[in-house]
Write a protein that binds this ligand. Structure first.
Ligand code: 4NP
Length: 159
């Protein structure tokens, strides 16, 4: 069955929809649509029901990426539904880890920067209150981690 990955940030309007979009584009370009599924969620309910932030949609569209979907809040059910849960920063990582009260899902919870090399920031920086550049920085970082993320999901099965 398809491997399922969930990207998680605070608002689910900037970083995690972008992560989902970059991942889907990456997978599609490699003809791997039948192998992976992706979604995104937020640890907060601040923007539930809203589309991705306009500034993030504009930055993404300059890279040929159409960000769709509506913000939803991360829920307990997501621990069952996804094989890999990727937090965009350490604060969201802590939130997700603490929601797993019995500790049964800790192995599937990762920090996005686990998939990038040394020299990159630990956190995908929150672009919400900053300038336009922040959105491109997020996309650059996401693109940087996709090889490592796919390798991790693949579990070495592709060799
Ligand atoms: P995101 O960005 O977590 O990447 O979606 C944010 C969006 C909204 C807020 C913070 C971060 N907020 O505080 O409303």
């Amino acid at each position: 069955s398809r491997k399922r990955v969930l990207f998680v940030c605070l608002g689910n309007i900037c970083r995690s929809p972008a992560g989902e979009g970059v991942f889907k584009q990456y997978v599609a370009e490699r003809g791997l649509d039948s192998e992976y599924q992706a979604d995104s969620a937020g640890t907060s309910a601040y923007h539930v029901g809203e589309p991705p932030d306009r500034r993030m949609r504009q930055a993404a569209s300059r890279r040929g990426l159409d960000l769709t979907g509506r913000s939803r809040q991360f829920s307990d059910i997501d621990f069952e539904r996804f094989d890999l849960i990727v937090a965009m920063d350490r604060s969201n990582l802590r939130s997700i880890r603490s929601m797993d009260r019995q500790g049964r899902h800790q192995d599937k919870i990762k920090l996005f920067s686990d998939f990038v090399g040394d020299g990159f920031p630990e956190d995908v920086p929150d672009p919400y209150y900053g300038g336009r550049d922040g959105f491109d920085t997020v996309l650059d970082l996401l693109e940087e981690g996709m090889d490592g993320l796919l390798e991790h999901l693949d579990g070495g099965s592709r060799g």
